[in-house]
Design a protein around this ligand. Structure first.
Ligand code: SF4
Length: 372
């Protein structure tokens, strides 16, 4: 245990930069072999407890009142006892640190989810995200099991259980948009709503060729947003990119856009830290590009910097980090998605001043936004 704040900062085990959310992949095993996931599912890695302790304390040491710990895998439900221990530990540390903690878990829902697991998550006020791309054809094209069989049908029995136990406000689908399915963005969004999801996070797949399909992204995203608007006018809540709602605050937008500590921190079972979205692009490259780790501390370069949007250090912070050109595939659609969703929420906020339905929508958004 290091004695002073300064010593801990020097060692990279405490940070002076706000971390709003931190993703931890607790294991690598998964029943699926989705085409766009590069985690080595056969490596058998499970996060050591020392990494969990150090990461949780690192996150809670950062400025800012609200923190979100997102539990990923592999498939984290394969290690549910560890999920339980991580949640209870993080909760107790957050109480000691005087911080508000949100917990979230992401699953492929390709294994039968036990009611007892979901009840624990509900008690701990977890948000739960299901990776589900849309209709059966879209989903099964890339989300396959070890035998190459699509996983859509085996997920279905889990959905009512999730909605009944976790509740629709805290459940979300992650709709991965790939260059091959961008034309179906609206119909896939509607399929997910039809299955019971009210919160959908439109996610852009990186690492695949977007060049011939990029032009379709914005018109399709606009159709999704227009549909969500029309639904809201009928009193039905559908949320498109929930993670952006808190970023309507100006400072949040700046931090989100520029400082990778704010929303892009990830940790893998080997205890190494990375910035989003390495695991989904290049597993070996991620290892080479680690930005320190939970046990040895964040890398020297990022120990003492502090955010200044006008400084060259911050402007160039990640320019050498994303060296794999495949990481950059998808950057434009990702940026457009984010800009358009922000503009949508600005429009909602403006309308909410005089439109009671949009006021309701905004109120719901503020509750559900903590989901991402
Ligand atoms: S250099 Fe600036 S943008 Fe990068 S981590 Fe440090 S404070 Fe954040």
């Amino acid at each position: 245990m290091l004695e002073s704040y300064e010593a801990s900062l020097d060692a990279g085990l405490t940070t002076n930069k706000e971390i709003r959310r931190f993703k931890i992949a607790i294991n690598t095993a998964c029943p699926l072999r989705c085409e766009y996931c590069f985690i080595d599912k056969d490596s058998g890695e499970v996060v050591p407890w020392a990494v969990v302790q150090s990461l949780v304390r690192f996150m809670l040491s950062s400025p800012g009142q609200v923190k979100k710990l997102l539990i990923y895998g592999g498939e984290p439900f394969l290690k549910f006892e560890l999920v339980r221990e991580v949640a209870l530990f993080a909760r107790s540390e957050a109480v000691k640190a005087g911080k508000d903690l949100d917990l979230s878990i992401c699953t492929s829902a390709a294994l039968p989810l036990k009611v007892g697991w979901l009840e624990f998550l509900a008690e701990q006020r977890f948000f739960l995200s299901v990776s589900m791309d849309g209709d059966e054809e879209t989903h099964d094209k890339r989300r396959v099991d070890t035998a190459g069989k699509g996983s859509w049908k085996r997920m279905l029995p889990n959905l009512p259980l999730v909605f009944d136990t976790i509740g629709k406000r805290r459940a979300m689908a992650i709709q991965c948009v790939h260059p091959d399915n961008v034309e179906k963005m609206l119909s896939n969004f509607q399929t997910l709503v039809g299955l019971g999801f009210e919160n959908v996070e439109v996610e852009v797949i990186h690492g695949f060729e977007w060049v011939n399909k990029k032009h379709l992204f914005r018109p399709m995203m606009q159709k999704v947003l227009d549909w969500a608007w029309a639904e809201a006018q009928e009193g039905r809540f559908r949320f498109v990119v929930c993670s952006l709602v808190p970023l309507m605050l100006k400072e949040g937008i700046l931090l989100e856009d520029m400082c990778p500590f704010h929303s892009s921190m990830e940790c893998y079972p080997d205890g190494k830290y990375s910035f989003y979205p390495f695991a989904f692009v290049d597993w070996e490259g991620r290892k080479r590009s680690a930005v320190g780790g939970a046990v040895d501390g964040v890398a020297e370069r990022w120990r003492h910097c502090s955010f200044d949007k006008d400084s060259d250090t911050c402007k160039n912070c990640t320019s050498e980090y994303y060296r794999n050109p495949m990481v950059n595939e998808g950057n434009d659609p990702y940026r457009w998605r984010t800009e358009m969703a922000r503009a949508f929420m600005d429009k909602v906020a403006l309308a909410a001043r005089s439109d009671a339905r949009m006021k309701d929508y905004l109120r719901e958004a503020v509750i559900r936004c903590r989901i991402s």
